[in-house]
Design a protein around this ligand. Structure first.
Ligand code: FAD
Length: 306
């Protein structure tokens, strides 16, 4: 079977990202969601791993659900709390279960932690270790941050790290969300100049909910929000604020609905812009929601436009 990185040289791929649901009910519903997403014949579906230090255990179950639905699972895998031996054991277990695609990450530091608490500090070390221990058994994706990772010394140093990931054996890049298209173009030119030849699979978070959008942009990543996106957020602002569980805003329900509609339109426009740049794949953070994702794919024509 061809590698994702090879397929990406031939066409723009479509993939989704899921996370292990916290509840049993969520786990029960997930196969139905995956089945719906698979109607679009994604080249792969990835599953997050212990983001914020939780839910590591269910990751393998989700990978199996993806396999059962006939699609290639890509497991995210992090350095958080993992020793060399533990990594070897876990990755062998993935291989034994037919999961041979991974996204090698440092990982989000759990609240209050200052380091990974494991044997490796950085994703570069993890990539080198996996190649040394497992040869070519895994296809390895790595994260790229078009705006620079929040903790990087400079954009240049972050790009040098990305090149190091390639030199250590990574196959392709999955990007952090980036709404700032001018920055993305700058970064794309800069990584090519730095000698990065890995295909770029662009991570896109559908804009469906005000609080989730602000949270994703600012709680960890410091993503720039363009004026147009800010205007949508302001226009449908739920008072006193979108994080309030019981807002006093009498129009909250209508605003939520209107925000989602405008957010979907914004997401589609962003997909168009990325596709026009000739990027190698669209990786939609599906947020375990198939209905909204279906609307986005159908309206954007990712799978129907020639
Ligand atoms: P690294 O590449 O290791 O970089 C981390 C920081 O250290 C950067 O600032 C970098 O510039 C710097 N750095 C790297 N190497 C060196 C060095 N040798 N010397 C000095 N500085 C260095 N997190 C999860 O916990 N679970 C998930 O499932 C998950 N899924 C993700 C999916 C995608 C598509 C993306 C883009 C991110 C995901 N994350 C996930 C978040 C990710 O783990 C965080 O962004 C994390 O903070 C950095 O991971 P990284 O692999 O980019 O780290």
């Amino acid at each position: 079977m061809k590698k994702m990185s090879e397929l990406m040289q031939e066409k723009q791929l479509l993939s989704f990202e899921l996370f292990p649901p916290k509840t049993d009910k969520g786990m029960e519903n997930l196969p139905g969601t995956i089945e719906k997403l698979c109607e679009f014949k994604p080249e792969y579906i990835s599953c997050t791993y212990g983001a914020g230090g939780t839910n590591v255990g269910k990751n393998m179950d989700v990978c199996k659900m993806i396999q059962d639905a006939g699609t290639t699972p890509v497991t995210h895998f992090t350095c958080i709390g993992n020793t060399r031996e533990g990594i070897k054991e876990q990755l062998q277990n993935y291989l034994d279960n037919g999961v041979d695609h991974m996204l090698a990450l440092r990982g989000d530091l759990p609240f209050g932690w200052t380091g990974t608490g494991g044997d490796f500090k950085y994703a570069t070390d993890l990539v080198a270790f996996v190649r040394k221990e497992f040869g070519d058994k895994f296809e390895i994706a790595v994260a790229g941050s078009p705006e620079g990772h929040i903790a990087c010394r400079s954009l240049e140093s972050d790009i040098a790290v990305l090149k190091q990931k390639q030199d250590n054996g990574a196959d392709y890049i999955m990007t952090q969300l980036c709404w700032d298209m001018e920055q993305f173009k700058y970064w794309l030119d800069a990584i090519y100049t730095a000698g990065v030849t890995m295909p770029v699979d662009v991570g896109i978070m559908p804009i469906l909910d005000q609080a989730a959008t602000i949270n994703m942009a600012l709680s960890r990543n410091a993503c720039v929000m363009p004026r147009e996106l800010c205007e949508i957020i302001s226009k449908y602002w739920i008072f006193p604020n979108p994080f309030d569980k019981e807002p006093f805003d009498a129009n909250a329900a209508q605003k939520k609905e209107d925000f989602k509609k405008a957010g979907i339109e914004y997401t589609i426009k962003q997909i168009d812009e990325y596709r026009a740049l000739g990027i190698n794949g669209i990786h939609l953070y599906a947020l375990n929601k198939w209905k909204d994702v279906t609307d986005i794919i159908n309206m954007s024509g990712i799978r129907t436009l020639v």
